[in-house]
Write a protein that binds this ligand. Structure first.
Ligand code: PMP
Ligand code: GLN
Length: 399
């Protein structure tokens, strides 16, 4: 296997997966959530809401349990959820999806991504192109699949990639271009020229486009545009999303993949040996959620934007330099002026120093590129307003 410096890698010594530092390490989210508990700190690290989602969705799960939805659902997901996903793709994006062959329900977006990468990667020569910083599971799964991770940097101030750098990285060994939009951790939403270049390069080099759109309903400046809607994209794109963020139910782990039937079948062949199936009672509830009126999705987006503004003001007052997000759960701020030039050290100290937990952006970056993002910190805005206000009071004491 080709070991990429700085990437997660499998070990022959039976220790599983080693971090870029060569450690058997918990994820950054597990580490920082444990710190939140230890120091009784406000957890603006791991991205999960502290309020329940719509009661009609919660009730649907209870009803499903009461009415016997407690055994294995079908391998592709219950038919009504696959139909609801197909309706959702048409309603929001005018995308067609045959619920029987072009939709697969998974254990969250995480399993969808894992099964997709394991299914499509054939050889150690295969390359997977991602934008950096990248969501932590991408590098780990590329390592599990035994492929090469290739990265294209996202640049300040708005975290868009340079198109020449993108074109220079994609080549005939590129098996997958993996695009997370809206983007975790930076909050970027990729412009039409970036999306068009991804499609052009994928066609030119016969790569599959895999998208991670878990924040699809949380795009603030403009309606979300799935790459699959671009000309020449649908036939080579697997669109991944999940109900966790949209319905504030991150623990339910109901995700899905939509794409061409033969690619979906390939993903299914792996998925059936990962979890086989999951969430029999949550699947019908997410179907209810996907059919909620537009007002639900509009309110969820507006509420989160309002929270980002509270968080952004708090961070500015505390002395951070803030990069307001265009979408998603997270606001990125520069901690350099607060002594946070090394954001990892800053975040490890922050729970005790200020009673707040945050995540350094370097956790999403290969070590050899840490210098480009060294002072940047990610804060989750998906918390109650009173919690954000208390975090603001605590952070104000930092300066
Ligand atoms: N992709 C991104 C970009 C995420 O932020 C997350 C975590 N919320 C996931 C995937 C995982 O989603 P799920 O919980 O549905 O597995
Ligand atoms: N997606 C969540 C985040 O970025 C974390 C999920 C996890 O802990 N794996 O914070």
């Amino acid at each position: 296997m080709d070991v990429v410096p700085g990437a997660w890698r499998r070990t022959a010594a039976g220790a599983g997966l080693l971090s870029p530092q060569g450690e058997v390490a918990p994820t950054i989210f597990a580490e920082m959530s444990a710190a939140a508990v230890r120091f009784d700190a406000i957890n603006l690290g791991q991205g999960f809401p502290d309020e329940d989602g719509p009661s009609v969705v919660l009730e649907a799960a209870k009803d499903a349990i009461a009415h016997g939805a407690n055994q294995y659902p079908p391998g592709r997901g219950i038919p009504d959820l696959r139909l609801a996903i197909s309706e959702h793709q048409r309603r929001f994006y005018s995308l067609e999806a045959d619920p029987d062959t072009e939709v697969l329900v998974t254990a969250g977006a995480t399993e969808a991504l894992t099964a997709t990468l394991l299914a499509l990667i054939d050889s150690p020569e295969d390359e997977v192109v991602v934008f950096e910083p990248y969501y932590d599971s991408y590098a780990a799964v590329v390592a599990l699949a035994g492929a090469r991770l290739r990265t294209v940097p996202l640049r300040l101030p708005d975290f868009q990639p340079d198109l020449d750098q993108l074109a220079a990285v994609v080549n005939d060994r590129t098996r997958i271009i993996l695009v997370n939009d809206p983007h975790n951790p930076t909050g970027a939403v990729f412009g039409p020229e970036v999306q068009a270049e991804v499609v052009r390069l994928a066609n030119r080099h016969d790569a599959v486009i895999v998208t991670d759109e878990v924040y699809e309903h949380l795009s603030f400046s403009a309606p979300h545009v799935p790459i699959a809607t671009l000309p020449g994209a649908a036939e080579r794109t697997l669109t991944i999303s999940s109900g966790g963020k949209t319905f504030s139910a991150t623990g339910w782990k109901i995700g899905w993949v939509h794409g061409p039937a033969e690619l979906i079948t390939a993903v299914l062949t792996v998925k059936q040996f990962l979890t086989y199936v999951n969430g029999s009672a949550f699947q019908p509830a997410i179907a209810v959620g996907l059919r909620l009126p537009d007002s639900y999705f509009d309110d969820a987006r507006a509420t989160l934007l309002h929270k980002h503004r509270i968080l952004g003001d708090a961070l500015r007052t505390a002395g951070f330099d803030v990069h307001p997000p265009q979408g998603g759960y997270f606001t990125v701020a520069d901690a350099t002026t607060l002594g946070g030039a090394d954001a990892m050290a800053f975040c490890r100290a922050l729970p005790e120093r200020a009673g707040v937990v945050a995540i350094p952006i370097t956790a999403f970056v290969a070590p050899e590129h840490h210098g480009d993002y060294a002072g940047l910190v990610r804060f989750a805005a998906c918390k109650r307003v009173d919690v954000l206000e208390e975090a603001a009071r605590r952070l104000a004491a930092l300066g």
